[in-house]
Design a protein around this ligand. Structure first.
Ligand SMILES: [Zn+2]
Length: 319
């Protein structure tokens, strides 16, 4: 049973907004585009696992997706999926990497053999990462006084063109293809027969973990050192990516391609929230959406029914 749905990380959402708002000609655009690609495909890999997790018995596991917790030493760890049951927990990490992959357990590294004798690329080691996460989750459970429970982990290769070479029985225990997840999970389930948590404790554990989930934060403009005044302003047309669209009554019109919409301005508000901040004054939103006058902006803000604080010019609206 899914207790927490999968969500896009703030880092991914912020990069999506960055791709819309940073001009393509900007010197930082290629870096944003590259990182966006990495995050986008990472998320795609996680989503690819979800179908195979639907084959798990509904009454056995509670499924928590995209869970980011703090351990008692103040270090955050992000788990793509955690399965919890009365007998054990399983952390699953998706790796969306294509090519010929070799897990080198002696040297603790993941190697990717590049095609046409292009050499070998060294990637960070997911096996040690999973060992850290099991340790951090155990610490977190201990902090909430849950009885110790076995924690297993699996690395799921989610790219359809990934090939695994030089596997050993030890690697096959730790790494699998996402298509094989139900079988591997059943094998893990079969060896854990002792109940460590009552049903009541299990539900409490799921509740506590959801409550303690802390979404990541990412300040794209600070990270790439982009001043806010270099962003594209106005509501961006989703048909031709031209900005600003013009507002007439409650509809936004594109002067270039003629497209019209009543909702595209919501994406602009989301962009402001992700890139600049989640509160605005009349002046700030007027400038960001390129609205003509303070009065038109006041009317627009009133139509959104936003929560606000303060009076007159200093009034801040919560996006
Ligand atoms: Zn257009």
């Amino acid at each position: 049973m899914i207790k927490k749905q999968r969500e896009k990380s703030n880092r991914l959402q912020t990069h999506q907004a960055g791709m819309r708002r940073v001009p393509k000609s900007h010197p930082k655009y290629p870096m944003i585009e590259k990182e966006h690609g990495r995050l986008h495909y990472g998320h795609k890999g996680e989503v690819a696992m979800d179908y195979f997790l639907t084959f798990l018995p509904d009454d056995k596991y509670l499924i928590l997706n995209s869970l980011r917790l703090e351990d008692p030493k103040g270090r955050y760890f992000q788990m793509d999926t955690v399965l919890i049951s009365q007998t054990h927990c399983i952390i699953i990490d998706s790796k969306y990497i294509n090519g010929i992959l070799e897990f080198d357990e002696q040297a603790n590294q993941l190697l990717r053999h590049l095609p046409d004798n292009g050499g070998i690329e060294k990637l960070s080691d997911p096996i040690s990462q999973m060992a850290r996460q099991r340790h951090q989750l155990a610490l977190r459970l201990e902090k909430h006084n849950f009885p110790p429970i076995p924690i297993a982990s699996l690395i799921a290769l989610t790219h359809s063109s990934a090939t695994l070479i030089k596997t050993t029985p030890s690697i096959r225990k730790k790494v699998t293809f996402h298509t094989n997840l139900p079988n591997r999970i059943k094998e893990i389930n079969d060896i854990h027969t002792t109940e460590h948590l009552s049903m009541k404790e299990l539900l409490k554990l799921s509740k506590v973990m959801i409550k303690k989930h802390t979404p990541d934060k990412f300040n794209l403009l600070a990270y790439y050192k982009i001043p806010p005044d270099e962003l594209i302003l106005g509501v961006i047309c989703t048909s031709c990516t031209c900005a600003p669209m013009q507002k007439k009554r409650s509809t936004w019109y594109c002067l270039k391609c003629g497209a019209c919409s009543k909702v595209t301005h919501l994406e602009a508000l989301l962009d402001h929230k992700l890139l600049i901040g989640d509160t605005v004054t009349n002046k700030e939103i007027r400038c960001f959406l390129q609205l003509p006058t303070p009065t038109a902006t006041s009317k627009y803000l009133a139509s959104l029914n936003l929560r606000f604080e303060g009076d007159f010019k200093g009034r801040r609206y919560f996006l």
